[in-house]
Design a protein around this ligand. Structure first.
Ligand code: SAM
Ligand code: SF4
Length: 317
């Protein structure tokens, strides 16, 4: 599918739940989020049907996310079915890895190629703070298991947070010596945590200032939002994802499906297209999707303070 700005849209990110076993400060509000009624959540069959239509329309890259995707009951069956769709070339999952020790092998067997794991700190106490109660050891065990079963290359996603993990940049970058890719993501002002995010924002430029011997390397995927660098001799890469300090909208190839069946054409736009009702009414969603793609916005306007109200946990990062 080609949108009106000549971008090829071939990447669908599917959020399978807005529930999570952690409560990261930048992702969900302190009070938690209102539980969705069961009937508002897409069933696994509905998710699969929608994914199939997208694949028929040319999507060849799918990522399963959430909330925490591994807490959704029946997730392995869904993953297996989506992985088996003809036309899916790249199939990945984003997880906090808390349950990965248990699931890594099954995910690999079900056809997942790659896993992105969120990890903002290597310090137990800080991990507990930022996730509001999570245990670092669970995530580290999950990473180890993913490596052991060959769910590689592993990409760690680290949200850079002022006064929290800006003193750990070197330690995190050094993980690339073990063949892990580490990607620093700028903190985005999304949902109810937006004021917290604005207050704690720090530009990814800081990583380049801190780690002097990073060499920029050629990107192998022009649609990736990350600029990549390398420590000399390291097997893994350092990625910088700068949605705030540097837009990558002109190369955007993705759309998102939320767990309540809304198609989001841009992460930073309030506009959502309902796919759940039409699919439950037996309507043809193919035409609806093609029409929606033609309306994908040219770019976001975060620089003008246009921040969305839906919490990140309910979108799927
Ligand atoms: N639970 C899974 C996890 O944490 O990897 C998947 C969902 S989570 C919403 C996906 C990614 O979004 C995570 O890497 C997380 O760090 C990132 N994220 C959430 N809120 C964010 C924010 N306000 N700014 C930047 N990244 C954010
Ligand atoms: Fe859960 Fe991931 Fe959000 Fe943290 S970032 S609260 S792990 S969904």
């Amino acid at each position: 599918m080609i949108d009106s700005y000549n971008r090829r849209i071939n990447y669908l990110r599917i959020s399978v739940t807005d529930l999570c076993n952690l409560r990261c400060r930048y992702c969900m509000p302190n009070k938690g989020i209102d539980k969705m009624s069961h009937s508002d959540v897409l069933t696994l069959e509905e998710i699969e049907t929608i994914a199939k239509v997208f694949v028929e329309l040319g999507v060849d890259k799918i990522r399963i996310t959430g909330g925490e995707p591994l807490v959704r009951r029946g997730i392995l069956g869904l993953i297996e079915n989506i992985g088996n769709l003809e036309g899916v070339k790249d199939f990945a999952i984003t997880t906090n890895a808390i349950m990965l020790k248990k699931y890594a092998k099954q995910l690999k067997d079900a056809g997942v190629n790659r896993v992105n794991i969120s990890l903002d700190t290597l310090d137990e106490k800080k991990y507990e703070y930022i996730t509001r109660g999570g245990q670092l050891k669970d995530t580290l065990d999950g990473i180890k298991e993913a490596q052991e079963v060959g769910l590689t290359p592993i990409k760690l996603n680290t949200v850079l947070i002022r006064g929290f993990n800006d003193d750990e940049i070197d330690d995190l970058v050094n993980l690339t010596n073990d063949g892990i890719d580490v990607r620093f993501i700028e903190l985005m002002p999304i949902g109810e945590a937006r004021n917290w995010a604005i207050h704690n924002f720090i530009s990814n430029e800081y990583v380049l200032e801190k780690v002097e011997n990073l060499e920029e390397i050629k990107r192998d995927d022009i649609n990736s939002p990350a600029n990549y660098y390398k420590l000399s001799g390291a097997k893994g890469k350092v990625g910088l994802i700068n949605p705030i300090s540097c837009k990558f909208c002109s190369n955007c190839n993705r759309v998102r499906l939320t767990s309540d069946g809304k198609l989001k054409l841009c992460l930073h736009s309030e506009e959502e297209i309902d796919l759940k009702t039409p699919i439950r009414n037996g309507e043809d969603i193919k035409t609806l999707i093609i029409d929606a793609i033609s309306k994908k916005p040219k770019e976001h306007h975060l620089e003008n303070g246009e921040y969305i109200t839906r919490n990140m946990i309910a979108i799927g990062g």
